[in-house]
Write a protein that binds this ligand. Structure first.
Ligand code: KG4
Ligand code: ZN
Length: 338
């Protein structure tokens, strides 16, 4: 079975991606075409614009992924595609593209849950065995998962409102910083003093692994408004200090909840994935917790932490090995909990 070669297709948010991955964990190509520029003026992803851009770019991304991998369609063993959760128009564009390729080339089709793609990434990058503990932390999601099989995830806890990436993006908008907000805030925070402002650490007083980030964002907004009222505007140092305080608060919440998740899990391995795991301060805080616990810490390379199609191809291979196949009736599922 290790001679499997899958094409993966991802279009659930604002990245149009295609990749070719082998059953023995080689990423032969991974093309990601970001739509950040298209949505920049709107302060967030506009679903209609995203769907149209995916429809326009998918063929090109697939062509490029195949050519970089040195593959033709006839060399493939199957096509895996994100079938949800995500923005319906984008997911539909990806599913239709994958169906066309599968039907035209006579290849098996495998629909993949985007979150499973993130959650299975440590198996692609590091070949880790089941079970393991996973913190999935992105623009739309934040949860601790106990991963026991390619289709078996149990949730230890998660956010009860916003995902941290969403909070980063909203704060960036409030501070007139570019989108996506995470990298912009991290860059500002690098020059800021994390101790000047006191932001809350929501839900740390409650037991368990649930989290909340919307109150933190509101507290940051109030602080911004107070500074503007007092000073007539925001100085560069205010913005930097506010970003540093916010990033530290998120890092501390995620670190403390990771400590609890590790304590509740019999497995001494914590892996992270999702765009927010690209943040250096957050990564380091979680890594320290894992080390203190005597657990192994695993963070995929940044380009595999954020949305990509290699993780979708890999999750497709894992499902395919379990005998899973989808037909031409595969539909896009905007909501699809793990
Ligand atoms: O996993 P991802 O690419 O897409 C999904 O949400 O599925 O994550 C994107 C999110 C965005 O909200 C972005 O602001 C955040 O990840 N992000 C970061 C950083 N890089 C990306 N957040 C904090 N620090 C970063 N360096
Ligand atoms: Zn994602």
């Amino acid at each position: 079975m290790d001679d499997l070669i899958f094409l993966g297709i991802e279009s659930s948010c604002d990245d149009t991606a295609a990749a070719v991955v082998t059953g023995d964990r080689r990423i032969l190509s991974s093309v990601v075409s970001s739509q950040t520029d298209l949505h920049a003026d709107f302060g967030g992803v506009v679903p209609e614009i995203a769907a149209r851009a995916h429809a326009e770019r998918l063929d090109l991304a697939v062509e490029q992924a195949l050519s970089e991998a040195g593959m033709a369609l006839r060399d493939l063993s199957g096509v895996a595609v994100t079938a949800g959760p995500g923005l319906i128009g984008g997911v539909m564009a990806g599913v239709m593209c994958a169906k066309g390729i599968a039907a035209g080339a006579g290849l098996p089709l495998v629909g993949v849950n985007h979150l499973a793609g993130h959650a299975l990434t440590p198996r692609l990058t590091d070949g880790v065995a089941f079970p393991y503990l996973m913190l999935l932390v992105s623009g739309g999601h934040c949860q601790f998962l106990h991963v026991t099989a390619p289709e078996d995830f149990s949730r230890l806890g998660g956010t009860i409102d916003d995902a941290p990436g969403e909070a980063f993006d909203k704060l960036a908008k409030l501070l007139a910083l570019p989108q996506p907000g995470g990298p912009a805030i991290e860059a500002e925070a690098a020059h800021g003093d994390p101790d000047r402002f006191d932001l809350p650490r929501p839900l740390l007083d409650r037991p368990g692994c649930d989290m909340s980030f919307s109150g933190l964002k509101t507290a940051a907004l109030r602080l911004r408004d107070r500074l503007i009222a007092e000073q007539g505007g925001l100085r560069q140092s205010d913005r930097q200090d506010l970003c540093a305080a916010f990033q530290t608060a998120v890092a501390e919440v995620l670190a403390e909840k990771s400590r609890r998740a590790l304590a509740a899990s019999p497995v001494p391995l914590l892996a992270v994935a999702g765009g927010v795991a690209a943040n250096g301060t957050i990564r380091a805080a979680i890594e320290r917790v894992a080390q203190d616990h005597g657990a192994r810490f695993l963070a995929p390379p940044l380009r595999l932490c954020t949305d990509n199609a290699a993780m979708i191809a890999w999750a497709g291979i894992e499902r395919f090995r379990l005998g899973h196949r989808d037909g031409m009736d595969l539909t896009a599922r905007p909501r699809w909990p793990l």
